[in-house]
Design a protein around this ligand. Structure first.
Ligand code: HEC
Length: 146
C-alpha cells in the first residue's frame, strides 16, 4: 500500500516537472501551427476573392495544411500550458470536453474544405471557406483572449 502511494507521488512530481519546461514549448508549438493555419486560410481567401490568380494546386495545398495543422493542435494543450505568452484561456482545461468538441467541429469543416479544394468548384469552395472560418471564430470567441 505504502509503496504504491509513494510511486503515485513520485509520478505526480515527475509529471509536474516535465510539464513545466515543455509548457513554453507547447505554447510555441501550437502558436506556430495556428500561424500556418491562418496564413493558409488568408491565401485561400485572396484567391477566392479573385485578388490573386486561381490556382487549384495551391488551394489544395492550403487546405491540406489547414487539416494537418488542425491535427497537430488537437494534441497541443498539455495541462499547465496556459499563461505566459499564451492567449489560451484557462477555461480550455476546465471545460476540456467542450473545447475538444469545437476542435473536432472545426476539423470536420477543414476536411470538407479540403475535399472541395480537390474538386475545385469555386462556388462550393467559397461556402466551405466560410464555414471553416466560422468554426475558427466560434472557438476564438470563447477560448482565445484578445
Ligand atoms: C477549438 C478552438 C480553436 C479552433 C477551432 C481554432 N483556434 Fe485558433 N486559436 C485557439 C487558441 C486557444 C489560440 C491561442 C493559442 C495560444 O496562444 O496558446 C489560437 C490562436 C490562433 C492564432 C494566433 C497564433 C499566434 O501566432 O499566436 C491564429 C492565427 C489562429 N488561431 C488561427 C486559426 C484558424 C485559421 C483556425 C481555423 C482554421 C483556428 N485558429 C481554429 C483556438 C482555436
Amino acid at each position: 500500500m505504502k509503496k504504491n502511494l509513494l510511486a503515485v507521488l513520485l509520478l505526480a512530481i515527475l509529471n509536474q516537472a516535465s510539464a513545466q519546461v515543455p509548457a513554453e514549448r507547447a505554447v510555441k508549438y501550437r502558436q506556430s501551427a495556428y500561424y500556418l493555419m491562418g496564413q493558409n486560410l488568408s491565401q485561400m481567401n485572396l484567391m477566392l476573392k479573385g485578388e490573386t490568380p486561381f490556382n487549384k494546386a495551391a488551394l489544395e495545398m492550403n487546405a491540406e495544411t489547414i487539416v494537418l495543422m488542425g491535427r497537430l493542435v488537437a494534441h497541443a494543450y498539455p495541462v499547465g500550458s496556459d499563461g505566459g505568452e499564451s492567449k489560451a484561456k484557462p477555461e480550455i482545461w476546465k471545460e476540456n470536453d467542450k473545447f475538444r468538441q469545437l476542435q473536432q467541429a472545426s476539423q470536420v469543416e477543414a476536411d470538407k474544405l479540403h475535399a472541395a479544394a480537390k474538386v475545385g468548384d469555386q462556388q462550393i469552395l467559397r461556402v466551405r471557406f466560410g464555414d471553416t472560418s466560422k468554426s475558427c471564430k466560434v472557438c476564438h470567441d470563447q477560448y482565445k483572449s484578445k
